[in-house]
Design a protein around this ligand. Sequence first.
Ligand code: BG6
Length: 513
Amino acid sequence: MAEINVPPAPPVTLVIFGAMGDLTRRLLVPAMINMTRLGLAGDGLHILGVGIDPGDDQTLRNELDAFAPEPGGEGAVEKGEAWERLKNRISYLQGDFLQDDIYRSIVARIAQAPTGNAAFYLAVQPGFFGAIVDKLADHELTLEQPGAFRRIAIEKPFGRDLPSARALNAQLLARVAESQIYRVDHFLGKETVRNIMTARFANLMIERLWNADCIDHVQITAAETVDVGTRGKFYDVTGALRDMVPNHLFTLLAMVAMEPPNSFDAESIRDEKAKVLKAIRRWTPQQARQDGVRGAYTAGTLDGRPVPAYAAVPGVAADSTTETYIALKLMVDTWRWHGVPFYLRTGKAMAVRDTEVVVQFKPVPSPQFGDSAAGVPPNRLVIQIQPDEGLRMDISIKRPGLAIETTPVSLEFRYASQFDVAHLVGYETLLYDLFIGDQTLFQRADAIEAGWAAVQPFLELWAQGGMPEPYAPGSLGPDAADALLARDGRAWHSLAAEENAPGRRIEGATQAK
Ligand code: BG6
């Protein structure tokens, strides 16, 4: 089990809007079961579920009970004794988020709770975010008192473009302070994502080379094998760009590209992340056309199962122009990254599930190795976010023997081989930080807006029409995505399954005299 070297969070009532929804069942409650089991949350944690569905405390408990896996079963959480303890502290209020009655009831429930601390978790359709915060403020539920914090956690998507994100920020900030708003990006709950900062700033030999002098380019990939499935209605108005890029992929980009913060306190880190996102170059429409590729999967098979074309997914418009794949080339205009392209790609129904950051160093200049580009492959750092979390450094060594021959090898670290991190769902850290009031892992308003500003040229370009490029399920995306890198004389890092297996061979192994 992961080591827990922190005190339990203070007592709090977590009010979940959308209590019967998927997020609550799949992630929030399992995370709280884990927190209870690990001592990250004590008996002072109370859950007040709020939802439109009829029911009482027992209804919600039964709903959650039916979902949480049995001890020894599949999944990242076991019900066991922790669930039995937590279950008794779950209650439910049924009502309409837009009516005052429900907020009056919440006021009454919190008044009866053993603590005045409350966190409001908005696990609802984004259309409700602004209205719920307005109502919470109208009913003085957001008013903090000594010994009674009031915080609001908001799931993505935070806006659907730059103007709507700005408007939502303005609406929220008119009623509550930035210090009360916790904008969630669940990628920041992933151990390997948080490790990027440590890998960089705790290792001089990495950080000293982390710049345009030594790095050729960076690739950030989030490939998924899942298709759109039953999410057609949501996905068709969202698409891969909005769903993954200004949030999850930019979270990774910010971790890779930020400057060292002055300290590890939340604001210093958030300042540096926001700065780097603001430095992403705003493409002209012409550049966006050239440096962005969008794709949509066609009908085919994936792992032996038939996959209907995206356009045939229930809830998707037959003439949909929504993309299920995206590849972008971006530039980060800071001294450190001058001239270093960042290539990003993400898609559904792809050949492998693989989220990774690849930092490709420049080739060595040494003429002794002959044609250096072919003879000595450049160093490469692969940060494997998921699955099989770890880090790999590709280097060249001398092959044993009398001749001077080089061969590439990997220095490799896998979390699973040294730590037991498998039994967490990823929301434990986020909820713990929400309860203790640490905003490090949450998005600040300016960073959110900077992210949308960077993708806005692509949104505007594609809003004008045109169709995404087709790609087959089980492939690595449309050919145009390969052409995007080939144009710069580069290629995507291979995602073939054996690539990521420990002890794998590296492509391009060759020798020079
Ligand atoms: C969500 C997106 O935010 O992230 C999904 O809406 C996507 O479409 C998911 O599948 C990916 O997260 P993870 O943690 O499974 O990599």
